[in-house]
Design a protein around this ligand. Structure first.
Ligand code: 5AD
Ligand code: SF4
Length: 475
């Protein structure tokens, strides 16, 4: 049990980091060419990375930084990178290359890289060799040590590369500077134990480790007190939440506790792994008032042969049974999924099974990806005879089928009154937000509605976006 607890970063370590933060604050004031030190933090990739970025910005604010969207004027530029597909990595290398001229013009600018890509040895090595003007690189397990690492950059001549391997830690009590105005991200666990054969995440994010219920409820209360209207609980596989705690707690129970907190807010969560999503979870959603009727349940493929090769641990039939139960229990449930096209060895018949599955489920929307081999994962070593051109054609076909489904679903919404958290007003003077099922909607109404849950009459469907008019503020 003590081994389990040792994942939490000790309070003394965080105190030590606060001391470093003070020193960095002094040093940066001397170094900056601006009235106050400015940081430019850019996050790539998933919401987990965005949540890390918010803690990084919290620590930077503690070190006296303010923030800028313009890298040209920043004293510190940090890219929080993603490794999920090759495309994400290419973008980072391209953008780091483009920073060279900033460093030439303002040599005191500090350039740093962190996030999943930097946890991969070969990517960090490429930065070391080909981008000598990057002076700070740190991995996913030492985010809480940013003050110390920046202090080292400021006081040593050498570049700082800090990317220890390991199963990962949980750092509680870090300051958070949230990006959203109405919506807040709340990580409930980190890491992944599943080792789907295509996925790099378990290698760069370590093993599953849950935050305690107390820590999560405390943060949820802070979020609600700060006026946020929507909390999205985050984890690679939220359904295995709590299994590693000294006293195990199920995700369904955690959801119930958050649902019971007083206040006017909605709860979303992502991502659910179909092998661990339970009927109990569906029941909790059905019986709650605050949990959105939206379930992101990535299927990845409709073919049992490919699901097996992906190491997903469920069959098409099991997945469809769960969906069937969920639809019966929650008739207005909105379902979304991730799909990978062109997994090694996928044949036309397998792909057609995916097409038939999406036609059966009728998802609201899909996140679709062409398989991208990730060095170090089993799938990267598998025979992959299907040409890229064929995969692209399948990919377009999938998009087309899904567009048809989404269009029909949107058209069926016309005439309904839906509840929407009104988030902002666009340049065209229309308000916008997302329905409970997470569909984008634009509507006419007064600006005072921003930040409120509004009843909107859906008048039209424009592709996958709904259009409507506000009828009343929801009680
Ligand atoms: N290639 C393509 N897509 C991938 N994903 C994860 N790894 C890969 C890969 N190597 C997709 C999966 C996952 C989503 C976040 O990214 O669909 O659910
Ligand atoms: Fe990757 Fe699978 Fe873990 Fe999701 S559950 S992060 S796809 S290994």
């Amino acid at each position: 049990m003590s081994e389990k607890r040792s994942k939490t970063v000790p309070a003394e370590e965080l105190e030590r980091q606060k001391e470093y933060a003070k020193q960095v604050r002094e040093l940066m004031l001397l170094r900056t060419r601006n009235p106050v030190p400015l940081a430019h933090v850019h996050t790539y990739g998933c919401q987990g990375n965005v949540a890390d970025g918010e803690r990084i910005k919290g620590m930077l604010a503690q070190m006296g930084f303010e923030f800028t969207e313009d890298p040209q004027e920043a004293d510190f530029i940090l890219y929080n990178t993603c490794a999920i597909r090759e495309h994400a990595e290419d973008r980072v290398f391209g953008n780091v290359g483009a920073l060279k001229h900033i460093k030439e013009r303002h040599p005191a600018t500090i350039l740093g890289l962190c996030g999943c890509m930097m946890q991969q040895p070969q990517a960090a090595e490429r930065i070391r060799k080909s981008f000598p003007y990057v002076s700070l690189v740190f991995g996913t397990h030492v985010v809480h040590r940013l003050p110390e690492l920046l202090y080292r950059v400021l006081t040593c001549e050498r570049r700082v590369f800090e990317r220890p391997d390991g199963d990962g830690v949980v750092a509680e009590g870090l300051p958070v500077r949230r990006d959203g105005v109405w919506k807040a991200w709340l990580p409930i666990m980190y890491g992944c134990n599943n080792f789907c054969s295509y996925c790099i995440v378990p290698y760069v994010r370590g093993r599953e480790r849950s935050r305690t219920v107390d820590a999560i409820l405390t943060e949820a209360k802070e979020i609600i007190a700060a006026g946020y209207k929507e909390i999205t609980l985050l984890g690679q596989n939220v359904n295995s939440y709590g299994k590693d705690l000294p006293e195990p707690v199920s995700f369904a129970r955690l959801l119930k506790s958050i649902d019971a907190l007083p206040g006017d807010f909605k709860i979303r969560f992502m991502t659910s792994h179909p092998k661990d999503a339970t009927r109990e979870l569906i029941d909790v959603i059905a019986e709650s008032r605050k949990i959105s009727h939206h379930l992101h349940l990535p299927v990845q493929s409709g073919s049992n042969r490919i699901l097996k090769a992906m190491n997903r641990h469920y069959t098409r039939e099991q997945y469809l049974q769960l969906i069937d139960y969920a639809k019966k229990r929650i008739p207005d449930l909105s379902l979304t999924s991730d799909i990978i096209v062109g997994f090694p060895g996928e044949m036309r018949e397998d792909f057609e099974e995916t097409l038939s599955l999406i036609q059966e489920v009728r998802y609201t929307s899909l996140f679709t990806f062409i398989f991208s081999p990730r060095q170090g994962t089993p799938a990267a070593e598998m025979e992959d005879p299907v040409p890229a051109k064929v995969k692209s054609a399948w990919f377009s076909e999938l998009l087309q089928v899904q567009e048809g489904i989404a269009a029909q679903r949107s058209a069926a919404m016309v005439g309904q009154v839906v509840e929407v958290l009104c988030e902002e007003m666009g340049k065209d003077g229309l308000l916008s937000g997302r329905t409970d099922g997470n569909v984008m909607i634009e509507f006419s109404g007064k600006p005072e509605l921003i930040g409120h849950t509004v009843k909107v009459n859906v008048t039209r469907a424009r592709n996958w976006i709904l259009v409507g008019e506000a009828v009343a503020e929801a009680e």
